[in-house]
Design a protein around this ligand. Structure first.
Ligand code: EPZ
Length: 422
């Protein structure tokens, strides 16, 4: 258990470096399995989900070495193709190892993935697509056994533009026999980055970033070296913190074009949003209007991963805001914690209703998932007095330096390891 102790009311000011993207690097690590050499990933964040993926890759037979934020994965030989259950249960991304292992070893054993409890999070789209490509599945309780005589290209239309399912299909299709077409594919930047890396390894992929992706299978892929893009959700979290704390922050290498939805909010709030080449400067204001209605959407819509941090900012907006969560069915856990701060937040089905108020006091709050934990930190920075966010390790799954980053920008925040009984 980690306690984040925050004294609110401090303006944020200065420059913020943004870590490499968690949701880009995890599928890129799985892609390393598709070649018999070494893949080098620069700007790799040292976060719990990456450490978990490393343990899985090492269990499969890979070697992994760090040099600062450069991760080298040697996948020359694999000694097995079963993902250890205790690791698979720790994160959602374990599921995308199916496509990579089928491409490399033609079989895989995987337990149902874990990850943030933000909804049912089925994997039917993943399994149906891989079956269409020639995988044979057998499920025994929690374990999934898959094998194939060799994946074949297929035409796949996704019912939902699932990020993970798109990644799994990409990882399985690059070495498949024939051409695969994915319709209603996810368009997230993380899909584009995975495709960029696979092309560097010799794959034939077009259409990534659009809702129709075409993959022509090749016989072999080779090693590569690539730099992981900055994490747009970490950047968005800090940008929203600046909005809520009248902060003025400069981000030297932020993916501003991936955060147009936040730019629109800054215009609505009459706050400063200034892009200069690769950098971005933002400045918040004391008083800002509520957001009458906003829906989370697949990219390039408002990202579900920034829904809770946005809700935190709206706690002090002038008026009533409504946020409709359309991606996951239970992603409002932070709302109950906001109420401990004196906030007026009500959940009506998939809509979070927030009546903003200038008065928000510190509280002791509990984190229940990664982005909700980040939202509680943002709310603590905005509140009068002290807050404690009690966290079982969610934040460290995705934020490499959140305490150092915010402290350097002027926040009063420390983290303290505590025994669970406290
Ligand atoms: C990825 O999760 C991200 N995780 C999530 O970020 C992100 O919130 C999500 O995409 C949406 O953008 C990683 O990249 C590791 P989906 P993923 O498949 O792939 C339903 C974070 O905080 N669905 O696009 O699991 C699903 O239940 C995490 O960094 C099915 O019904 O998301 C959800 O309602 C949280 N069947 C919707 O689709 C399936 O087979 C979108 O899920 C797959 C998904």
């Amino acid at each position: 258990m980690v306690h984040y102790e925050i004294e609110g009311g401090h303006r944020l000011e200065g420059e913020c470096r943004i870590q490499g993207s968690k949701n880009a690097v995890l599928p890129m690590m799985a892609a390393a399995l598709l070649q018999k050499g070494t893949v080098i990933l620069h700007n790799c964040p040292r976060i719990l989900d990456v450490f978990c993926m490393i343990r899985i890759l090492e269990h499969l037979g890979c070697r992994a070495d760090w040099e600062d934020n450069t991760l080298m994965i040697d996948a020359y030989e694999l000694r097995n193709c079963s993902v250890p259950r205790e690791e698979a249960k720790k994160m959602r991304s374990s599921v995308i190892l199916l496509g990579a292992l089928l491409g490399r070893c033609r079989r895989a054993v995987l337990s149902y993935p874990g990850g943030c409890v933000i909804g049912a999070r089925p994997i039917d789209l993943h399994l149906t697509a891989l079956e269409k490509m020639g995988a044979h599945l057998c499920q025994e309780e929690e374990d999934i056994y898959v094998e194939t005589e060799g994946l074949k290209g297929a035409k796949i239309s996704l019912r939902i533009p699932s990020v993970g399912a798109t990644e799994n299909i990409l990882l399985g299709a690059v070495l498949a026999d024939g051409t695969t077409i994915i319709r209603n594919a996810a368009r997230e930047p993380e899909i584009v980055e995975l495709s960029r890396m696979l092309r560097q390894m010799g794959a034939k992929i077009t259409g990534d970033g659009t809702s129709c992706i075409c993959i022509r299978g090749v016989r072999k892929l080779h090693e590569t070296e690539i730099t992981v893009i900055p994490d747009r959700i970490v950047a968005g979290t800090y940008i929203l913190a600046a909005a809520g704390c009248q902060g003025s922050l400069y981000f030297p290498q932020v993916p501003a074009r991936q955060l147009v939805c936040l730019k629109e909010l800054f215009i609505h709030w009459r706050m400063t949003w200034r892009e200069d080449g690769a950098g971005l400067y933002v400045c918040g204001r004391q008083n800002y209007p509520a957001v009458p209605y906003l829906e989370t959407k697949p990219y390039p819509g408002f990202p579900t991963d920034l829904q809770s941090p946005l809700a935190a900012v709206l706690l002090k907006a002038e008026g009533e805001s409504h946020i409709r969560e359309t991606i996951f069915e239970s992603r409002f856990r932070a709302a109950g914690e906001f109420c401990k701060m004196g906030a007026d937040v009500k959940i009506e089905k998939e809509v979070c209703k927030i009546r903003g108020s200038r008065h928000l006091h510190g509280a002791v709050m509990d984190a229940y998932e990664l982005r909700g934990a980040a939202a509680l930190i943002v709310a603590g920075l905005m509140a009068e007095g002290c807050s404690v966010v009690r966290d079982e390790g969610f934040l460290m799954r995705g934020y490499e330096h959140i305490v150092e980053d915010l402290h350097e920008a002027g926040a009063s925040i420390i983290s303290r390891r505590c025994s669970p009984s406290l």
